[in-house]
Design a protein around this ligand. Structure first.
Ligand SMILES: C[C@@](CO)(OP(=O)(O)O)[C@H](O)COP(=O)(O)OP(=O)(O)OC[C@H]1O[C@@H](n2ccc(N)nc2=O)[C@H](O)[C@@H]1O
Ligand SMILES: Nc1ncnc2c1ncn2[C@@H]1O[C@H](COP(=O)(O)OP(=O)(O)O)[C@@H](O)[C@H]1O
Length: 291
């Protein structure tokens, strides 16, 4: 397949997969206002794609702008510059992005782009920083970046930085994207948000259960999300990922998920993808390391 967003001269092309929060509990609020969470992350085999080439002049240039996101605020550029600082490398990069994931949807596109940039440039610049340091750099960019750097499905605690890898089933998911922007800050700032869910052990979670504590708040404040949940719930148990707006349901095989996708209205864009315990990014990097 040709990729028009990424030119053939790119030295390295890597995926930036989406994630789902299969459950998300809010345990409390810290002194700095951030919320303590317990959440279960799994990757999808669907995502953005990034192309990278080394520049000798030290400049970082993203050639595919995102509407509404200034060049230097893009998480890709911020990740590249943090890596330059931390590694002391004088090299730069030309970067291209094929944006396929809906933005601000709770499926982690921006965080995943940042992690792919950290790992892609770590490879091309040969920084030798190691995964722990890269995850630390990622955390400074966003709470969801470390799980993408580690690349293993995980039970996350704290604000998402304490990760316990888990082995989950890998079902097919139908992910639908209500056409509304949900503000993460608004959801966490809502007086009606449940903030006192008791902590659970990863073992009991894997036995089934869990919910998304943000869902009632988002359903109440965003009718587009509530209506999409009502619709998808006619076919499968539907749930919010992160703070939304995306919702998902799981299926034992691709055909069943596709059948439901075909019955959704054109006003509710969706995609079908398989859950993955090892991210596509890590699979690709492992394959490169073997060459
Ligand atoms: C809750 C999750 C679950 O995956 O939601 P999604 O972004 O994926 O939907 C993430 O951890 C989101 O992390 P992150 O992406 O870093 O959050 P930001 O957009 O920076 O947060 C915006 C605002 O939400 C609040 N916030 C965010 C995360 C958190 N654990 N507690 C909070 O109180 C803070 O007020 C923060 O300023
Ligand atoms: N490379 C990027 N891709 C997507 N969003 C980005 C990027 N860089 C910065 N952003 C900003 O981050 C916000 C959240 O993006 P995203 O990661 O897609 O959502 P979520 O955190 O809900 O999963 C966007 O609305 C945008 O303003």
């Amino acid at each position: 397949m040709t990729n028009t967003a990424i030119p053939t001269q790119a030295e390295l092309i890597l995926p930036a997969p989406a994630k789902l929060n299969l459950m998300l509990h809010i345990l409390g609020r810290r002194a700095d206002g951030y919320h303590e969470l317990q959440t279960l992350f799994q990757f999808l085999d669907h995502g953005d794609e990034l192309g990278f080439s080394v520049r000798q002049d030290g400049e970082v240039r993203l050639h595919t702008p995102i509407d509404g996101v200034p060049h230097d605020s893009n998480l890709i550029v911020r990740a590249a510059k943090r890596l330059q600082e931390a590694s002391g490398k004088k090299l730069g990069a030309d970067i291209w992005l094929d944006k396929r994931l809906p933005m601000g949807g709770g499926i982690g596109g921006g965080s995943s782009d940042a992690a792919t940039t950290l790992l892609g440039l770590d490879h091309l610049w040969n920084t030798q920083l190691g995964e722990d340091r890269l995850a630390e750099l990622g955390l400074a960019l966003g709470a969801d970046v470390p799980v993408f750097v580690r690349g293993r499905a995980a039970f996350a605690e704290g604000v998402g930085e304490r990760l316990t890898p888990v082995e989950l089933d890998e079902p097919w998911f139908l992910v639908a994207a209500p056409q509304v922007f949900v503000s993460t800050a608004e959801v966490f700032g809502s007086p009606e948000l449940t903030r006192d869910t008791p902590p659970i052990k990863v073992r009991s979670l894997l036995a089934g259960g869990g919910r998304n504590d943000c869902q009632p708040v988002v359903e109440k404040r965003y009718p587009e999300v509530r209506n999409a949940l009502i619709l998808l719930n006619k076919f499968v148990q539907a749930r919010l990922t992160g703070t939304g707006a995306c919702i998902f349901g799981s299926f034992p095989n691709r055909d069943d998920a596709d059948k439901v996708a075909r019955q959704l209205p054109g006003t509710l864009p969706s995609f079908v993808a398989q859950g993955r315990n090892i991210s596509m990014l890590h699979r690709r990097l492992q394959a490169l390391a073997k060459k």
